[in-house]
Each structure stands twice: as C-alpha cells, then as structure tokens.
Design a protein around this ligand. Sequence first.
Ligand code: HEC
Length: 192
Amino acid sequence: MQKGIGINNEHLIPAFPYTSYAKMRVEDVLDIKAYLATLPPVKNPAKADEVFALPVVRRGLGLWKYVGLDEGKWVPDPSQSESWNRGSYLVNGPGHCQECHTPRSIFMSTDDSQAFRGGAHPEGEGKVPSLVDLVGRERYKDAKDLMSAFQFGEMMGYDRMSSGGMGNVQQNISKLPESDILAIAEYLVSLK
Ligand code: HEC
C-alpha cells in the first residue's frame, strides 16, 4: 500500500493511489489490513487487465517511482490546531484527495507547486475543480457550510460534488465521525 509493490513483487499501477498512502502512518495501514482480513472471502475472478502492454508499463513504473514517488511522510504542523492537523492527515494520506485535485507534472506525479488547484480528470471526463480559497470564491460560507456539503451532498442542494467520482467520495466522507468531517472542512477552507 505504501510502495506500490504487489504480492508477486511487481510494480503496481498508480491508479491504486499508493503515492498518497505512502504518507499514512504505518499503524493505520495495518489497521486497514486487520479489518480487511475479517471480511469473508468472495469467489470473484479478477477481470483481465485492460492496460495496454502491461508488462512493459510495469517495468517503466520502476523508473517512474524513482523520479515521481515522494515517500515523504505526513508531518503535523505545530502552529495549527489538532483538528486542522487531523484534516490535513485525512486529506493528504488516506483520503488521497490530491490524486484528483492537484494537476500533474510532466512526470505524471502530482505537481506540489500547484497543490489542490484542480486540473484534468484522471478518467478523462471534464475538469476537477480547485479546492483553493473555497470561501473567498464564495463556494461555501465557512467550514461548517462545507461540512454540511460533505454530510448531505445533493440531497441538501450542494451540487458541486456529485459527478466525476466525487459523488462516491462525498458519500464515504459522510460516514466519518462528525469531528473528522469538520476537520477535513477546516483544513480545506484554510487552503489559500
Ligand atoms: C476521482 C477523483 C476525485 C477524488 C479522489 C476527489 N475528488 Fe473532489 N471532486 C472531483 C470532481 C470531478 C469534482 C467536481 C464534481 C461536480 O462538479 O459535480 C469534485 C469536487 C469537490 C469539491 C467541491 C468544489 C467546489 O468548487 O464546490 C470539494 C470540496 C471536493 N471535491 C473535496 C474533495 C476531498 C476532500 C477529497 C478527498 C477526500 C476529494 N475531493 C477527492 C474529483 C475528485
């Protein structure tokens, strides 16, 4: 999950967002593993790969990781509140929000200098909006308003998070404890 290496030692395609999971605490990754291990096995043959020339792509990925995989761990910012730091961790680690909301450099890794500024959709359908200055641009009144958007989405008329995969993201965020949803909102509205 953190180095993008499969059970047969092959390089995994970064559609599996290990570039973000690399920032997670190892304890949290192990907790996910412990949870998954309790799920009943399912008989469902994996679909054949649809990636063109996959073995060649996999070899190229080793090089790509060398230039593109930033294994920097997430570090808290002591000048910010505990809640803000929680939000920062959830957004940049397990939430892998930058995988869609940050444009990519020529190496196809997220371009840190343009963090959260939106860009092309990874699946090629439309644009992913910027998450910078959401309040200043009058998308949301404040962190509480953004929190409500995550909790209720389209149901309450928040219609900017329903398409392009974001609908699933919003529904999953709505299942988090309220303190985590508020933490995510607080962190996001601080992005200037
Ligand atoms: C699969 C790509 C993808 C991922 C991953 C993703 N988003 Fe989005 N996000 C989108 C798209 C596409 C939209 C625009 C949806 C629309 O207009 O209906 C969007 C919209 C949003 C908006 C509304 C912006 C506005 O202008 O009102 C917010 C806020 C947001 N996302 C936050 C997040 C957070 C937080 C995460 C991580 C937990 C995340 N997104 C992960 C694709 C993604």
